[in-house]
Design a protein around this ligand. Structure first.
Ligand code: FAD
Length: 465
């Protein structure tokens, strides 16, 4: 059979629906295990992560960081005379180049692994058949199927939410011009990251959050400090506020709150969560719970040889979670393994300036689980590398039980997203706080704060003031 000039088969060991992090990594692993693999993608390889999520946001974050550094350059004895003018079109171009490099990299990896890629919308039919609506209609049969169809932004049921000036995270990344004022509905991870990026690019940002604080899924102490830090930069953060109505006046948009207050901006970005993408799944009798596909511990949907991973099954909606689930599911399918990933050890990062990261339990959760906990912490203001770099905001916090087992670890500060790995490994290998505190860390390094916080669990920090 020929598809777009490429010879393809009409039956495969595995068919993967979706070429995002869950799907493409699963396809690569399946191919390593010797399977004949078909991957169906209706849009661009790399999914939300590479095209509208992780990578574009982190590219813009670099731009925001650079602007902040230039504006702060006097602090380092460097006088820059003149204005700092972000060029949004050039930034978008750089973002597109980074994305293209990575998505073509994914294509090469799949090609080199012998995975057949079908560009088109897949529809899974009974008996493991997939209809693919691309340039032409194609039909393939697969012994096993993996659904990795991801998620799309959720728009809450608010009057006016579908108006032109209401955008989602994906659309925000490609706005034709930067707005002067951006309202963000939702102070979760995506809302806060977007807020920090656009504020850093010179946009006036207001976050409206229904809960009593932003980032409710984070340790309270870290979230409060980050909230204070974002406010100090000039961002407006309204908590405990419910948007009841949205009025789009064309050149202005108004969020009308339950208490009657009106907040205006040029655009309103909805960051109120995501929902599973069930496109192409209607002909199957799959179980859904809270809008996501339900699977057992080994990613089996309960129907035929059909498995599902990534955002479509819910959990933390993170790319690295989707990668690991994809690998585990394929090994379960092809090698009859019973693998699941350790959800209590999934690190979670927020890429703001400063960044935040955590793994394991929050302090409140740990207190509920364990009668007596120990807490060790260390501020970056006492860390040589952080001071030298002028990035001494934040701290490392470790929560352990009486035996020193690390129940949770939380970091606010530059490099938090890299340092958190020390705790993921420690938890995975059951390394105690004391053991971690006695491991040699390079000097000077930000990670010395990890060592000191670990020693502090037993009151043994050496550089604590
Ligand atoms: P997706 O990435 O959604 O991919 C699913 C793919 O399936 C899509 O390409 C879609 O086109 C395709 N598809 C769906 N249905 C069909 C069909 N019927 N036929 C053919 N193709 C189909 N996560 C992190 O870990 N770190 C971050 O820093 C981070 N930042 C983010 C920032 C933003 C703004 C957003 C929105 C998300 C971010 N995420 C981040 C989350 C991350 O992007 C997702 O968790 C990840 O992309 C999920 O991977 P997936 O493979 O499950 O689904």
């Amino acid at each position: 059979m020929n598809q777009g000039g490429v010879e393809v088969k009409n039956s495969y060991d595995i068919g993967v629906l979706g070429g995002g992090p869950g799907g493409y990594v699963a396809a690569l692993r399946a191919s390593q295990l010797g399977a004949d693999v078909a991957l169906i993608e209706e849009n661009k390889l790399g999914g939300v992560c590479l095209n509208r999520g992780c990578i574009p946001t982190k590219t813009y974050l670099k731009h925001a960081k650079l602007i902040a550094e230039i504006k702060n350059s006097e602090k380092y004895g460097i006088n820059i005379n003149g204005e700092v003018n972000p060029d949004w079109n050039k930034m978008k171009k750089r973002k597109d180049e980074v994305v293209k490099k990575l998505t073509s990299g994914v294509k090469s990896l799949l090609d080199n692994s012998g995975v057949d890629i079908f560009f088109g919308t897949g529809q899974i039919m009974p008996e493991h058949k997939i209809l693919i609506y691309g340039d032409e209609k194609t039909e393939i049969i697969c012994d096993n199927l993996l659904i990795a169809s991801g998620s799309t932004p959720f728009r809450p049921d608010i009057s006016g939410i579908k108006s032109d000036n209401v955008i989602t995270s994906g659309e925000a990344l490609d706005m034709p011009i930067l707005p002067d004022e951006l309202l963000i509905l939702g102070g979760g991870v995506i809302g806060v990251e977007m807020a920090d990026i656009f504020h850093g690019l010179g946009v006036e940002v207001k976050i409206i959050e229904i809960m009593d604080r932003i980032l409710p899924e984070m340790d309270q102490e870290i979230a409060s400090l980050l909230q204070r830090s974002l406010r100090k930069k000039g961002m407006e953060i309204l908590v405990d506020r419910n948007v009841e109505k949205i009025k789009d006046l064309g050149d202005e948009i108004k969020a009308i709150l339950a208490d009657g207050q009106e907040i205006s901006g040029d655009k309103l970005l909805v960051a109120a969560g995501r929902k599973a993408n069930m496109k192409g799944l209607n002909d199957l009798d799959l179980i859904r719970e809270n809008g996501f596909l339900q699977v057992d511990n080994y990613y089996w949907t309960g129907v035929g040889n059909i498995y599902a991973v990534g955002d479509v099954i819910g959990n933390n909606l993170l790319a690295h979670e989707a990668f690991e689930e994809g690998v585990a599911a394929v090994e379960n399918m092809l090698e009859n393994k019973k693998r699941s990933i350790n959800y209590s050890n999934v690190p979670k990062c927020i890429y703001t300036i400063p960044a935040a990261a955590s793994v394991g339990l929050q302090e409140m959760e740990a207190r509920k689980k364990c009668e007596k906990i120990k807490i060790g912490s260390f501020p970056f203001s006492a860390n040589g590398k952080a001071l030298a770099e002028g990035e001494d905001e934040g701290f490392v916090k470790i929560i352990s039980n009486q035996q020193g087992k690390i129940m949770g670890a939380h970091i606010l500060g530059s490099g938090a997203d890299e340092m958190i790995n020390e705790f993921t490994i420690s938890r995975e290998r059951e390394i105690t706080a004391n053991y971690l505190g006695n491991i040699i860390h390079p000097h000077p390094s930000l990670s010395e704060a990890v060592k000191e916080a670990a020693l502090d669990v037993d009151g043994l920090a050496l550089h604590s003031v």
